[in-house]
Design a protein. Sequence first.
Length: 459
Amino acid sequence: MKSAVETLNPTRVRLTVEVPFEELKASLDAAYKKINQQVTVKGFRQGKIPARVIDQRFGRGAVLEEAVNDALPKFYTEAVNEADLNPLGQPEVDITELKDGELLSFTAEVDVRPALEIPDYSGIEVTVDAVEVTDEDIEKSVEQLRDRFATTAPVERAAAEGDIVTVNLEAKVDGEVLEDGVAEGVDYTIGSGQLLDGIDEAVTGLEVGGTATFTSELKGGSAEGKEAEIKVDVTAVKARELPALDDEFAQLASEFDTLDELRADSRKRLAQMKKFEQATQAQEKVLDELIKLIEVPMPEKLLEDEVNTRKHNLEHHQLGQMGLDLAKYLEIQGKTAEEFDAELKEQAEKGIKTQFILDEIVNKEKVGVGQEELTEHLMRRAQSSGMSPDQFAQAVVEGGQVPMLVGEVARGKALATVVEAATVKDTNGQVIDLDEEDETAETVEAATEVVEAAEGTEA
């Protein structure tokens, strides 16, 4: 077999391949055997029909077509390996010559990974938010904990914001009560905004036994999106009672004996959380600066496929789970279809550039992935997918996607390497050493999550 490569542009090549006919022998034998199992000829047992009879009865062309279809993937792969190419997607194959007994010639056009020059990235500088935990942050955290231990008690007064009311609802459209428009015994916290637009104003000021009507757009059911007249009857009003902020509350809500100890622990936890957020912000900003440093030719077919995949996943998975279609989503986002498409293309380009650049750094820096790192990443992806680690691991192995997971971790490690070489300062001008902020494994996993977000491959 002979092959030659013609570079059409930085991301696309054309392979020209010539195969001597004798190298098709194995595929020809397989073609005759396959046809033998599919046809019957009087006077011959199935599977025992001579090749010459098959040629006479069904045509040599049918055999050649079957043989070429069988052989093309093998010869294409050999040509790709010989030229040391990194193809992206499926090739466009054109058989240019097929001489029975002499020669098979074909061309294959395919997108390839562009060759990238990785510059010195140690000069990258980014600024991130300083880690500051205020007294207000601590009080907010303690109040959230306090809120979890709130109790409710019936009150004999008009309902007010923050109260929990039990209501019966009846929805009418065009004067007719909807079959699915009646609900009884619904608990609702006034001011939460989690039920129907207008209900807060309707029930505020009502006592037990009070009734009100209001108009609202239905958010679900048979008349979703239609304006309905809603009748609401209040059957109970309960006030939330928060526990006193004292040492007794600290003992109830935590393992600490005093409120001061609880607040000190809150400060520590908030600082750790903000340090993690700071590290993630640094990784995101360093990645953006790294992408700016490198010219990445963009394979148009790969970009088109990536845009279509992202749009399909949004429409048929994410929005479907939320009960939305694309038109409603765009209305909520306040975007036109053109703005959405432009944004999606920009995100897809960033994802492709991220993968190309970090893969190049993986090769340049000889980044390896250990079993412990892969296991930790698998555990996180399993948790994100809602599957058990065993189920997720089995699905990954059966789907042949172990190399994909290894690649994700390797790119995360590559990004962590770039961040380590960069200069990261906070808004106070202090240089941040992220290795001191986090354990190495946590840093790599956080960087891997940043990479997944950029590539659009979050679980």
